[in-house]
Design a protein around this ligand. Structure first.
Ligand SMILES: NC(=O)c1ccc[n+]([C@@H]2O[C@H](COP(=O)([O-])OP(=O)(O)OC[C@H]3O[C@@H](n4cnc5c(N)ncnc54)[C@H](O)[C@@H]3O)[C@@H](O)[C@H]2O)c1
Length: 419
């Protein structure tokens, strides 16, 4: 196995402090760590994770290791790696990591392939890069695979496309689709951390500004809700009539992006789609408009088009590229169009990742301990796992709920009783 590839082992102490801080907000993961360090259901299971290397991921990796997994990690985005966390994982928690913030595309894929040299029997992806790389260039690994898990919407879309073509050669569980994942992580996590990223990058006041959210899915809903909380006038653009209607009834202005682009001070994409902000929109934007993306890939804003229109570019702040156009307007792209919440801030707050990653741990245990192999397709997270995560989170928040009485159970299952 190759030596870990990280920026600087001397950052380990600082990383370790932040990882421990995050753990305080991750009670469900702590509970699973305790439970599985006794039972060791993943004893000797080779697991490769391609995830954002953040403090929360470090706690996921520690939990999997405590459960017995023999695991390695690489990054799922070249700009999301927290180098101090990578150092802590290698130096303090003895988990090999291949990830450096700002890695070139070549190094990024080299790291993915090194993580695959581990010969995993379980993959844990955020964006389906491991699964895709195995199918494209490492098919020799397929025979031993128990399965994979997938963390995000875009990864699930890619995997379903593979399954539809009959190309998916091992089972994958869509962790993203668990209720205890997307209802909280995509909405409240992306909502808070995207605003955090935009604010840290620019330090521009949002109150009184026009803030456009492109896409009113789980992430878009959260971003719009939090931008409104900052006093911005929020516009939503959509291609789905149901989502557009929901946005309108949630109190947001809905209009085509071409109209919104001319009014906006901020435009944030969260669609999982390509070139949703394109040349025609760039043509009409106001001077100083801030552009950011919170969707998985850096293709939502047409950056090549922006570069072609620009006569110069400067970097006034760490995560801001200011493009000057021939007509004198300036357009400010944050974090090179990559996930702004991870590249310009620290990603989701630990308390939501607690639930997402509890699903990851329970799904890995499910894959490793099943007596029968799953079919080669995309599977939902079993309902009992989803409910278990919700139950553990509520208990950690010291909240009880009511139970149906026997009379109510009978009433809800009968059709004869009416007025
Ligand atoms: N930043 C993060 O940390 C983070 C966290 C979770 C998910 N994601 C990513 O964010 C993206 C969105 O995830 P989601 O869960 O909200 O997905 P979703 O499917 O719930 O929502 C996407 C929405 O975008 C809309 N859309 C598609 N093309 C559009 C266009 N051209 N114009 C306007 N709207 C358009 C769709 O109609 C849909 O309503 C995905 O790429 C996902 O992987 C990022």
């Amino acid at each position: 196995m190759s030596e870990p590839d990280i920026l600087d082992p001397a950052l380990a102490e600082a990383g370790c402090k932040r990882v421990e801080w995050a753990l305080q907000e991750m009670p469900v993961l702590r509970e699973l760590q305790q439970r599985f360090s006794r039972k060791r259901p993943l004893q000797g299971v080779r697991l490769s994770g391609c995830l954002h290397i953040t403090t929360e991921t470090a706690n996921l990796a520690r939990t999997l290791k405590a459960a017995g997994a023999d695991m390695v990690l690489c990054a799922s985005n070249p700009l999301s790696t927290q180098d101090d966390v990578a150092a802590a994982l290698v130096e303090r928690y003895e988990i090999p990591v291949f990830a450096i913030r700002g890695a070139s595309t070549e190094l990024y894929y080299q790291h993915i392939n090194t993580a695959l040299d581990h010969r995993p029997v379980i993959t844990m992806d955020d964006g389906a890069d491991l699964v895709s790389e195995i199918h494209k260039s490492r098919p020799d690994l397929i025979g031993d695979m128990l399965g994979g898990t997938e963390e995000t919407t875009t990864g699930v879309i890619r995997l379903r496309a593979m399954a539809k073509e009959g190309a998916l050669r091992f089972p994958v569980i869509a962790v993203n689709d668990a209720m205890t994942k997307h209802l909280f992580d995509n909405r409240y996590g992306t909502g808070q951390s995207t605003l955090d990223g935009v604010i840290r990058a620019t330090n521009i006041l949002l109150a009184g500004k026009t803030f456009t959210v492109v896409g009113y899915g789980w992430c878009g809903r959260g971003i719009a809700m939090r931008a409104k909380g900052h006093g911005a006038s929020v516009v939503v653009t959509e291609v789905d009539p149901l989502r557009a209607l929901e946005a309108a009834m949630d109190g947001f202005r809905v209009m085509p992006l071409l109209e919104a682009a001319a009014l906006s001070d901020f435009i944030v994409t969260a669609t999982g789609d390509k070139h949703v902000v394109d040349s025609i929109h760039l043509e009409v934007m106001k001077d100083g408009c801030v552009l950011a993306n919170s969707g998985h890939f850096n293709v939502e804003i047409n950056i090549p088009a922006l570069e072609a229109m620009a006569v110069s570019r400067q970097r006034p702040r760490e995560s801001v590229d200011e493009y000057r156009l021939a007509d004198g307007r300036r357009l400010c792209l944050l974090a090179e169009g990559r996930l702004v919440n991870l590249a310009a801030a620290e990603g989701h707050p630990s308390a939501v990742m607690d639930m997402s990653f509890a699903n990851q741990v329970l799904c890995a245990v499910y894959l490793a301990t099943r007596s029968e192999a799953l079919e080669n397709r995309v599977h939902d997270v079993p309902e009992d796992i989803d409910r278990e995560v919700a139950r553990l989170k509520l208990a950690a928040m010291h909240m009880d709920i009511d139970e149906l009485t026997a009379e109510q159970v009978r009433y809800l299952s009968s059709w004869q009783e009416g007025t």
